[in-house]
Design a protein around this ligand. Structure first.
Ligand SMILES: [Zn+2]
Length: 108
């Protein structure tokens, strides 16, 4: 009986270095002004999105100004997300109350 060598499995990197292959396809129209990341040159439509990208992907290389901008932008993002969650909960409550109201009349 021959034993075949077991294939070696390369470990999968767990930390992405934001290479071009793991980015979504981006199309920038000619003449459009974009905010580009100074570290990986990825284009963003707004400065807010670029600031969030910098804090998420390049946190170890940020300047103090970039870090302050990221923290301020992240706070705004958290507030916007909280308001969005309130709207979703309100919508769910309205749907449940509406269905309960209709169901109560269907039983009567
Ligand atoms: Zn970048």
């Amino acid at each position: 009986m021959t034993t075949e060598p077991t294939p070696t499995v390369e470990p999968t990197p767990t930390v992405s270095d934001d290479t071009a292959s793991d980015r979504p396809p981006t199309s920038v129209p000619d003449g459009a002004t974009v905010e580009a990341c100074p570290y990986c040159e990825r284009p963003f439509p707004t400065d807010r999105l670029r600031a969030l990208h910098l804090g998420e992907r390049h946190a170890d290389r940020l300047t103090p100004e970039e870090r302050a901008t990221f923290e301020e932008t992240e706070d705004e993002e958290i507030d916007d997300l909280f308001v969005y969650h309130l709207k979703v909960v309100a919508l769910i409550v309205l749907v449940v109350m509406g269905l309960s109201y209709v169901y109560a009349f269907a039983l009567a």
